[in-house]
Design a protein around this ligand. Structure first.
Ligand SMILES: [Zn+2]
Length: 472
């Protein structure tokens, strides 16, 4: 910023303009580079194109003071990134930059220190003016009066759901208040390439964590993430999320569609609302992706010991291994393999911290050696498939952190890897036709968003080029 100011000062001096002019341009402190650029660009052009005779470099005194006044006004305007006029009010927006205070920005925008202090005092009960985040947009309101513009209030979105307003009451009084705002929802299309894990790669691409969790859970019935997903595999998502005033996503997001490349295959899933207000994800053929039980109830795990007779690693003699072991780091979340009721959650000698879930009259699953139980996991609690019920540990008799997982049919342990408990929903007839219609709508929405994003990126590149030229 200093460099750019030096540069413009130099330019102006070279243009042969008096120091009074340079002083006027540097008078106001705190304007950011962008604002300075917007301000100076037309001014410099004016100077360059106004070809004054060599012997008459200085404008006449009256004209000079007019120019100084005009440039002060231009500086004030440059503080604001946008201006709108409505119902006799002028609404100008400023952005608080790094190292700036709202007071300094307001003063740069032509508001006196006293007026700014009064307005901010009225705001204090709802948002601390000293803790305004960098990048916060603040609308500054002016009323056109007989003697010019009168500063008449402020408006800012303190968070996406809260609008704080400050309005002038009288000659020198301001009143603050706050109002709840329902944030707008928008759809986002994202494409990502797997580098390390799908979760990490997705986060880097800007996909919300909640969307990635849903995606991983939804695919975990058919995809073994550990073995089947390779670096370079691609995936795409369409999700819906509330947005702040700048259109950035905030809060929980809903996954609407995803497609995951697994080797040569592309596996799409689509969210479909169900009559009871719940929802399901379906594959392209209209079959629900959710099966009876999750294939791997712990994320990023690999099978370390199968079901059947084995030499026990600690006890030292052969005995039946009544479940399967998944190696996973201590603390990794364990998901409920199916929806149901917590039948047991407690310490169980060799099993250590142990949870058993009942899914229906015949089927239950058990989870052992937990480090910790999930929040609210107590006997009788109702849980959904994929809920975090606990965390991997090594409690009880265990050589190291792992999940011992059992599937029980009529209270008898069976091999979790071969048991057939699949209960897919398959859409047919009218439902299937409605689904196919929805599926093509989802695809066109995705393609349209991608096209828009690419167009925007094009503009961004052009914009950077413009700035680059200015910098030179
Ligand atoms: Zn085991």
């Amino acid at each position: 910023m200093l460099l750019s100011r030096l540069g413009t000062t130099l330019l102006l001096m070279l243009s042969g303009i008096s120091f009074a002019f340079v002083y006027a341009l540097n008078l106001e402190q705190g304007q950011d580079k962008g604002a300075l650029y917007h301000l100076l660009n037309p001014v410099i052009q004016d100077i360059v194109t106004a070809e004054a005779p060599a012997d008459d470099l200085l404008p006449a005194p009256t004209s000079l003071s007019a120019m100084v006044a005009e440039n002060r006004a231009a500086l004030r305007r440059a503080v604001f990134v946008s201006e709108e006029q409505r119902d006799g009010m002028i609404r100008r927006t400023l952005v608080v930059g790094p190292g700036e205070t709202l007071t300094s920005r307001l003063m740069a925008g032509g508001i006196t220190r006293t007026e700014a202090a009064k307005a901010l005092e009225a705001m204090r009960a709802y948002v601390n003016p000293r803790k305004i985040a960098v990048g916060q947009k603040v609308a500054v309101l002016f009323k056109r009066g007989d003697t010019g513009e009168v500063f008449s209030g402020l408006e800012l979105r303190a968070d996406p759901t809260k609008l704080v307003t400050v309005a002038r009451l009288s000659e020198d009084g301001f009143k603050g208040q706050t109002k709840d705002v329902i944030p707008e929802k928008h759809r986002f299309a994202m494409r990502a390439t797997v580098q390390d894990g799908i979760y990490e790669s997705g986060l880097r691409a800007g996909i919300p964590a909640g969307v990635l969790n849903t995606l991983i859970k939804s695919y975990s019935y058919q995809v073994d993430f550990q073995r089947e997903i390779k670096p370079g595999d691609r995936f795409e998502t369409l999700y819906e999320q509330a947005t702040d005033e700048d259109g950035h996503g905030v809060g929980d997001a809903t996954l609407i569609y995803a497609a995951l490349q697994v080797g040569p295959k592309i596996l799409p899933i689509y969210r479909v609302a169900m009559p009871a207000g719940s929802f399901e994800y379906y594959d392209a053929t209209g079959k629900s992706v959710r099966k009876g039980l999750l294939r791997t109830p712990v994320e990023g795990a690999h099978l370390t010991s199968g079901f059947g007779m084995r030499l026990h690693p600690i006890l030292g003699f052969s005995r039946m291994h009544k479940g399967v072991d998944f190696g996973a780091p201590s603390g990794a979340p364990i998901y409920a393999a199916g929806a149901g009721i917590v039948e047991e959650a407690g310490y169980h000698s060799g099993y250590g911290r142990y949870i058993r879930l009942r899914h229906n009259g015949h089927l239950s699953t058990a989870y052992a050696h937990l480090r910790q139980f999930g929040r609210g996991i107590t006997r009788g609690a109702r849980i959904n498939q994929g809920d975090v019920i606990g965390y991997v540990g090594a409690s009880g008799i265990a050589t190291g952190p792992h999940l011992h997982y059992e599937v029980l049919v009529d209270n008898q342990q069976v091999n979790p890897l071969t048991v057939n408990v699949a209960t897919n929903i398959v859409l047919e007839g009218k439902q299937l036709m409605a689904f196919q219609d929805w599926r093509s709508k989802v695809h066109s929405a995705f393609e349209q968003l991608v096209a828009e994003a690419e167009a925007r990126r094009g503009v961004k590149v052009a914009h950077n080029q413009i700035n680059g030229e200015v910098a030179r």
